[in-house]
Write a protein that binds this ligand. Structure first.
Ligand SMILES: [Zn+2]
Length: 105
């Protein structure tokens, strides 16, 4: 019986941003150029900036932690070609980086 467990791996956060498809309630958006309305289950690349998607995350998992594993399974089964990353982790890291950049300037 296989189950989902979260694991830890080091990523280049800019590489994630460049190739991340963010799953919304009905469609997806591109983390690279913020294009909306992308077909989450079919799009291989962003229709606007043409970045190739390599990662997928669900914004919903942050607001509905109880659905996190269900969402991970849905994304993993729906997009076997993409690596599922945790949106909360990604968002926190990006937020921290933006804050550091802000205080630097
Ligand atoms: Zn894009």
């Amino acid at each position: 019986m296989s189950q989902f467990l979260r694991n830890w791996k080091e990523f280049d956060i800019q590489d994630i941003t460049r190739h991340l498809l963010i799953l919304g309630d009905l469609s997806g958006d591109c983390a690279n150029c913020r294009e909306l309305g992308i077909d989450t289950w079919k799009a291989l690349e962003c229709p606007k900036c043409h970045t190739k998607f390599k990662f997928i995350a669900s914004r919903r998992s942050a607001d509905h932690p109880g659905e996190r594993f269900q969402l991970a399974r849905r994304m993993s089964e729906g997009r076997r070609d993409l690596m599922v990353v945790d949106y909360d982790d990604y968002h926190r890291t990006i937020g921290g980086q933006k804050a550091r950049d802000f205080f630097k300037s």
